[in-house]
Ligand binder design. Structure first.
Ligand SMILES: NC(=O)c1ccc[n+]([C@@H]2O[C@H](COP(=O)([O-])OP(=O)(O)OC[C@H]3O[C@@H](n4cnc5c(N)ncnc54)[C@H](O)[C@@H]3O)[C@@H](O)[C@H]2O)c1
Ligand SMILES: [Zn+2]
Length: 362
């Protein structure tokens, strides 16, 4: 059985990442020595699937465990839920040296991370991601966040977890659309940073689509190592290195907003990568053949490459221009320059031909 572990070293913390099969039931063994009490937080879908196994495993390792289940959905990332979770911790006399475990997708990971980073000024945090997006992206890197009515992720912290434990078997129950959407982030790593991963994705396409756990372990590990490299060099997104991870996301976020979030994040990023690669071709930074290869790979995995018909293009262009990355009329955006290569481009918004987005033309 293929199993990986490696360490991430950031300025604020050094922590291990484990990737493999059936790790949920062995979590007690994995984190056992470092904690006596654990507080597990998950949503109602996850609790039916994995909570019992996780708790049993922790108890076998003599870790005293309490759990709190919250309703699934983006509305979970709210100040109201934060309060509920603070109360859960205080009612159970949680100490700073106890461990909070985030069991679930990116939503559970983001709010649990926020709560763990602020309760008693920071408890131990273990991320146990169960969606592909969370496994290859949000569980590593230390960004936590909650939403306000004014916008998503407006409140948050940078707080690296104390360990990340990825059990790829959890992906078996994930709806296919969520799984495929997560693959968009893997394809992003391949095109921006990792030509070997690109080759591997094409070679192992069938196994990946069938969620073969051996092969999925490999792609998750490769993806996370790429993310780790970036986070190690730019933990708090201050040095311009971490922005590479935003490839496809400037246009992608705008698509999410203009579709009222019916387009999943990964699907929006897939279309966003194509549109941003087209910008790069228009600027003479990328050859058309790489753009075509990107479209080919996305289609190979069943991801969309074109904007849905019902998107209002004018609204889309407005939202892109309002993006937080635009300041003084300049948009800073990572541009693909080849497979495994990106460069940060700072340019006048108009020069990036935002109004051509959605035109399906170079
Ligand atoms: N912190 C970061 O760096 C970062 C990065 C990217 C995204 N995010 C955040 O992540 C969130 C999206 O995360 P997501 O895409 O994982 O969505 P999610 O957490 O909502 O999970 C999607 C759905 O799948 C269910 N689910 C989770 N695991 C399952 C499994 N194994 N089997 C069956 N169902 C399962 C969940 O209950 C939920 O209903 C957003 O809030 C986004 O802002 C954070
Ligand atoms: Zn993303």
């Amino acid at each position: 059985m293929t199993e990986f572990s490696f360490e991430i070293t950031t300025e604020s913390r050094k922590y291990p990442v484990y990737v493999g099969q059936n790790l949920i039931e062995r979590l007690g063994e994995i984190i056992g020595e470092s904690t006596e009490r654990a507080f597990v937080i998950c949503d109602n879908i996850i609790s039916d699937l994995f909570l019992e196994t996780l708790i049993e495993g922790l108890r076998t390792s003599d870790i005293q465990t309490e759990s709190r289940v919250i309703q699934s959905g983006e509305s979970l990332k709210s100040l109201d839920s934060v309060k509920v979770l603070y109360e859960f911790l205080s009612e159970n006399f949680a100490a700073r040296s106890d461990t909070v475990i985030a069991l679930g997708g990116g939503i559970v990971g983001d709010i649990t991370g926020f709560v763990a980073s602020t309760y008693k000024r920071g408890m131990k945090l273990v991320q146990v991601p169960t969606t592909l997006l969370a496994q290859v992206d949000s569980s590593v890197g230390g960004k936590t966040g909650i939403n306000l009515k004014e916008g998503k992720n407006l409140v948050g912290t940078f707080y690296q977890p104390h360990a990340v434990v990825v059990d790829v078997c959890t992906l078996n129950s994930l709806p296919l659309s969520e799984y495929i959407a997560g693959l968009a982030e893997v394809i992003k790593y391949a095109f921006t940073m990792d030509p070997e991963l690109f080759e591997f994705l094409i070679e192992k396409k069938n196994e990946i689509l069938l969620r073969n756990p051996e092969v999925v372990s490999i792609i998750v590990e490769k993806a996370l190592r790429n993310k780790a490299r970036i986070v190690e060099n730019d933990e708090r997104e201050e040095k311009g290195r971490r922005e590479v991870l935003n490839f496809g996301h400037t246009v992608g976020h705008a698509i999410e907003i203009c579709s009222n979030h019916y387009v999943l994040h990964g699907q929006a990023v897939a279309i966003g990568m194509v549109e941003e690669a087209r910008m790069a071709v228009r600027k003479g930074l990328l050859t058309e053949s790489v753009l075509e290869l990107l479209i080919y790979v996305l289609l190979l995995f069943g991801l969309p490459t074109e904007l849905p018909d019902d998107i209002d293009f004018n609204q889309l262009h407005r939202v892109i221009k309002q993006d937080k990355k635009v300041s003084d009329g300049q948009l800073t955006i990572p541009m693909l320059t080849g497979i495994g290569r990106t460069t940060m481009v700072v340019d006048k918004v108009d020069n990036l031909d935002i109004t051509k987005v959605g035109g399906n033309k170079i």
